[in-house]
Design a binder for this molecule. Structure first.
Ligand code: IPM
Ligand code: MG
Length: 356
C-alpha cells in the first residue's frame, strides 16, 4: 500500500531545509519505497494565503496521511498578529488535532562535532540522550487562558497548567518503553516542590514504574535538570517531562550536540502515526540565504522511516550518510570550525544524498 506523506514546509528556513529532506525521500522512492508526497500550507505561509495558520485542507490531508514532514513556523512578519492566528497556533493545532502527544527529541553528539559544542569535549563525548516531551497537554493547552482586565484597570495574563492521570500515564509508558530498548533508565522531570499538577505527575510516574520492574526511575526538579544537563549530561538515558519543561530542556540539550541545527524530532500518536520536524525554529534572520543546516530535517526524515514507515535500514543509511559527510569535513555555518569545509544548505543535502 502506498504510504501518504504530507509535507508542510512552513516559514523562514522551513522550505529550504525541507527540500533537502525531500530529495532523500525521493531517492528512496526511486529505489522502490512506496510513498506519495503531498504538499500543504501551515504557519505564516498559510495565514498569508488563507487567513488561518492551519487551513482545514491542511488538517484534513494531515489526518489522512501516514506521516507528516514539517519544516518550521513563525517569523517577525507575523509577530504582531493576534495570538489566535499566529503561525505557532498552526503547529500547536496540528499537534493537538492529530493527538500527537509523544514528542521524542533525541540529543546525540556526533563525535565529529565534539568541537562545535560550547561544552568541553569530555563532558559531551558519547552523549546519547532521549527527551520524551508531553506535547498535547499542560500549560500550552490548559484552560482558562487569556489576558483580562482587573477591576483596578490593570491587565493580567493567565494560563493554566493541568495534567490528568491518563495523560501522565500514556507519556510515561512511551518513556518506559523507549528506555527498555536503551539503558533502562528514566528520569522524570517536574517541579513537584511547587506545582500540584507536577506533584501528581511524580506520583503517577512512580505508580506506573511498578509495572516496569526492569526500568530504573528517578525524579528531578526542572531547575536541577537544567543544571545537570550542562554539568554532566551523560548521566541521563531517557528524560520524560511536561510540555513546557520539555520545550525548554530540549533547546538546552541541543546545544550539547553543537548546534540546534542537528536535532530531529518525532511526534507520535497512540498508533505511531507521526509528524517529524527539526526541533529548531524558522530562523527568519537567515531565511532564503541557503545557509541553514538541513541535517535536523534530514534526520527527522530518518526518524519517519524508522518509526512510521518501518524502514529501519533506510533510516540507518541516512544516519550513516550524515556521519560520512561530517567525517568528510563538510559543515554548514552553524557547525563550522576551522579547517572544515563550509557548505550551503543545498550542498549539504546533495552531499548526504551522494553518501547514501
Ligand atoms: C518547539 C517550538 C514550538 C513549541 C513553538 C514554535 C510553538 O519551540 O517545537 O519546540 O513551543 O513547542
Ligand atoms: Mg521549542
Amino acid at each position: 500500500m502506498t504510504k501518504k506523506i504530507v509535507v508542510l514546509p512552513g516559514d523562514g528556513i522551513g522550505p529550504e531545509i525541507v527540500a533537502e529532506a525531500v530529495k532523500i525521500l525521493e531517492k528512496f522512492r526511486e529505489e522502490g519505497l512506496n510513498i506519495n508526497l503531498e504538499y500543504g500550507l501551515i504557519g505564516g505561509a498559510a495565514y498569508d494565503e488563507t487567513g488561518t495558520p492551519l487551513p482545514a485542507e491542511t488538517l484534513e490531508m494531515s489526518k489522512q496521511a501516514d506521516a507528516i514532514l514539517l519544516g518550521a513556523v513563525g517569523g517577525y512578519k507575523w509577530e504582531s498578529l493576534d495570538i489566535s492566528v499566529r503561525p505557532e497556533k498552526g503547529l500547536l493545532g496540528i499537534r493537538s488535532e492529530l493527538n500527537l502527544f509523544a514528542n521524542l527529541r533525541p540529543a546525540i553528539l556526533y563525535p565529529q562535532l565534539a568541537d562545535a559544542s560550547t561544552l568541553k569535549p569530555e563532558v559531551v563525548a558519547g552523549l546519547d540522550l532521549m527527551i520524551v516531551r508531553e506535547l498535547t497537554g499542560g500549560i500550552y493547552f490548559g484552560q482558562p487562558r487569556g489576558i483580562r482586565t482587573l477591576d483596578n484597570g490593570e491587565k493580567q495574563g493567565f494560563n493554566t497548567l493541568v495534567y490528568r492521570e491518563s495523560e501522565i500515564n500514556r507519556i510515561g509508558k512511551v518513556a518506559f518503553d523507549i528506555a527498555a530498548k536503551r539503558q533502562g533508565r528514566v528520569c522524570s522531570v517536574d517541579k513537584a516542590n511547587v506545582l500540584e499538577s507536577t506533584e501528581l505527575w511524580r506520583e503517577t510516574m512512580t505508580t506506573l514504574s511498578k509495572s516496569y520492574p526492569d526500568i530504573e526511575l528517578s525524579h528531578m526538579y526542572v531547575d536541577n535538570a537544567a543544571m545537570q544537563l550542562v554539568r554532566a549530561p551523560k548521566q541521563f538515558d531517557v528524560m520524560v517531562t511536561t510540555n513546557m519543561f520539555g520545550d525548554i530542556l530540549s533547546d538546552c540539550a541541543s546545544m550539547l550536540t553543537g548546534s540546534i541545527g542537528m536535532l530531529p524530532s518525532a511526534s507520535l500518536d497512540e498508533n505511531s502515526k507521526g509528524m517529524y520536524e527539526p526541533i529548531h525554529g524558522s530562523a527568519p534572520d537567515i531565511a532564503g540565504q541557503n545557509i541553514a543546516n538541513p541535517l535536523a530535517t534530514i534526520l527527522s526524515a530518518a526518524m519517519m522511516l524508522r518509526y512510521t514507515l518501518d524502514e529501519a535500514s533506510m533510516a540507518d543509511r541516512i544516519e550513516k550518510a550524515v556521519s560520512k559527510v561530517l567525517d568528510d569535513g563538510l559543515r554548514t555555518a552553524d557547525i563550522y570550525s576551522a579547517g572544515m569545509t563550509k557548505v550551503s544548505t543545498s550542498e549539504m543535502g546533495d552531499a548526504v544524498l551522494a553518501a547514501l
